[in-house]
Design a protein around this ligand. Sequence first.
Ligand code: DC
Length: 230
Amino acid sequence: MRNAEVPVLTLDGPSGAGKGTVARRVSESLRWHLLDSGAIYRALALSAELAGMAMDDVPALLGIARTMVVDFRLDERGRPQVLLDGNDVTKVIRSETCGKQASQIAALPAVRGALLQCQRAFRRPPGLVADGRDMGTVVFPDALVKIYLMASVEERAHRRYKQLMEQGVSGNIAPILKEIEARDLRDSTRSVSPLVPAPDAVILETTGKSVEAVVSIVLSQIRQRSDRML
Ligand code: DC
């Protein structure tokens, strides 16, 4: 199978729309590879922070982007892990600070360009589930199925709050809501790859829907599209 023939499902949408969980469940069900593109931006921000670099130092960021190696795997208990140059950074990249820095560097066109190849390299047989903001518009414009997940700001803040509680991180819902609004604005108004649905994406509203319901809709979209191709 040539790389371009490997089927891709793109799941785009704003922070907290449930992309991560849905992408993982769908990739497990189809036994396809999984690309968490946000983790790549977060890993780059973390690398820059650890090296003492400013988040607007484009040449330095490009230097790291071209050499860093990000990998996804399951730990011994089957939980997803993110490795940066072989080190487990799963937890540390989830901090609010790292998310904010990732959003800042993601607004830099040269950085996005430098990360394109790294993301496309995850397209391997038998298929790929790609989760992000511009998977269907820029990174995999020829994807088999494109889904754009939406949810209200309140629902997304509530989900994020619950997630933090489950991880034992204390927090308050009001600042989370504010940060999500600020990140939405930054991600959707940047000049390159702004957060917008691809014209051929299926818009899926997840407010009030269970993860199982969303996963089942996504899987049925893939089945429908695959049937039409046979
Ligand atoms: O999905 P996430 O919260 O882990 O992503 C972190 C930041 O990275 C997010 O604010 C926007 C940016 N990002 C992006 O610009 N493009 C992507 N494909 C994925 C993430």
